[in-house]
Design a protein around this ligand. Structure first.
Ligand code: C2E
Ligand code: MG
Ligand code: MG
Ligand code: MG
Length: 278
C-alpha cells in the first residue's frame, strides 16, 4: 500500500528511468488514437541500381508525428505496437497506403517496386497470406511489384507455417526479402530451404567497409552465397563513395542509403524520380 512518506521508489529509480517508463506508457496509449488522427506518414527510400543509376524499388518507412513529442522513430514505437498487438491494424494501414501510393508513381517510373517491412507478429497471424492478397485486390497493384521485408526473427517461429505462408505468397508473384541479414538468427540452412528473392545486407557490415578487412571478407562471402543461390543482393546504409566503389567492384550493384537519398515524403520522392529516372 502506497504512503506519501514512502520514498523507496526514489531510492531505486532515478527520475530519468521514471521518465523513460512514463513516456512508454503514454506512447502506448497514444498509439491507439494515432491512426484515426492521421499522425502516421510513410516515407520512401530509393533502392538504386548503381550501374544504370535507375531506381528499381522504394522501401516504405513509417514515421509518427506525435502532437507533443514530435517525430518518434519507428525503432521506438514499433516494438511498443508489437507488444500491444496494435501492429496488426497498423501493419494493414502501412500495406494499404504503400500499395496505393506506389500506383501513383507508375507513370513516373514503370514497374517501380515497393518494399514493405513486415513484423514477425504480422506473419504469425493465421490469415496473413489471405490478408495480403486481399489488399492486393483492393488496391489493384500487380503482385510482382510488392516485396515483403522480413527479418531473421521469423526463423524462431513455427518454421513449417512460415514456409507455407511465404510459399503461397511467392506463388502469387510477391517477392520476399531478408532484411538486416547477418545480425540475427541467420542460418545458411534457411537460405537454401526457403525461396527468398532478395537478401539485404545489414548497414553495420557496409559502414566503412573500405577500411575493414574482416567486413570485406564477410560481405564477399555473403555476396558469393547469394549469387550461388540466385538471390539478389542489396546493400543497406551506403553513405560514402568509397563504400559504393567497394561494393560495385565486388559485384553488389543494388544499393540503398544516404549516399543516394534519405527516406523521402511521397512528394519529395516524385521529384527525385522525375529527376533521376528520366
Ligand atoms: P530497416 O527496415 O532495416 O530500415 C532501414 C533503416 O536504416 C531506416 O531507418 C532508414 O532510414 C535507415 N537508413 C537508410 N539509409 C541509411 C544510411 O545511409 N545511414 C544510416 N545511418 N541509416 C540509414 P528507420 O526509418 O528509422 O527504420 C528503422 C527500422 O524500423 C527499420 O529498419 C524497420 O525494422 C523498422 N520499420 C520502419 N518502418 C517500418 C514499418 O512500416 N513496419 C515495420 N514493421 N517496421 C518498420
Ligand atoms: Mg527494411
Ligand atoms: Mg534493414
Ligand atoms: Mg533494421
Amino acid at each position: 500500500h502506497y504512503q506519501p512518506e514512502d520514498t523507496r521508489l526514489y531510492h531505486f529509480y532515478s527520475q530519468e528511468i521514471l521518465d523513460i517508463f512514463f513516456r512508454k506508457v503514454i506512447l502506448e496509449t497514444d498509439l491507439h488514437y494515432a491512426l484515426d488522427r492521421n499522425e502516421f506518414q510513410l516515407y520512401y527510400q530509393p533502392q538504386v541500381n548503381a550501374i544504370t543509376g535507375k531506381v528499381i524499388c522504394v522501401e516504405a518507412l513509417i514515421r509518427w508525428k506525435h502532437p507533443e513529442y514530435g517525430m518518434i522513430p519507428p525503432a521506438e514505437f514499433i516494438p511498443i505496437a508489437e507488444e500491444s498487438g496494435f501492429i496488426i491494424p497498423l501493419g494493414e494501414w502501412i500495406l494499404k497506403t504503400a500499395c496505393t501510393q506506389i500506383q501513383t508513381l507508375q507513370s513516373v517510373v514503370n514497374n517501380l517496386n515497393i518494399a514493405v517491412n513486415i513484423s514477425a507478429c504480422q506473419l504469425k497471424t493465421a490469415n496473413f497470406s489471405e490478408k495480403i492478397m486481399e489488399i492486393i485486390t483492393e488496391t489493384g497493384i500487380a503482385p510482382e511489384l510488392l516485396e515483403l521485408e522480413l527479418t531473421e526473427t521469423i526463423f524462431i517461429q513455427d518454421i513449417e507455417s512460415v514456409k507455407q505462408k511465404l510459399t503461397a505468397l511467392s506463388n502469387q508473384g510477391i517477392k520476399i526479402s531478408i532484411d538486416d541479414f547477418g545480425t540475427g538468427y541467420s542460418s545458411f540452412k534457411y537460405l537454401q530451404e526457403f525461396s527468398f528473392h532478395n537478401l539485404k545486407i545489414e548497414r553495420y557490415f557496409i559502414s566503412n567497409i573500405d577500411h575493414f578487412k574482416n567486413k570485406q571478407a564477410l560481405v564477399k562471402s555473403i555476396i558469393q552465397t547469394a549469387d550461388n543461390l540466385k538471390l539478389n543482393i542489396i546493400a543497406e546504409g551506403v553513405e560514402t563513395k568509397k563504400e559504393l566503389d567497394w561494393l560495385i567492384n565486388n559485384n553488389c550493384e543494388i544499393v540503398q542509403g544516404y549516399f543516394f537519398s534519405p527516406p523521402l515524403s511521397i512528394e519529395e520522392l516524385k521529384k527525385f524520380l522525375s529527376r533521376n529516372n528520366s
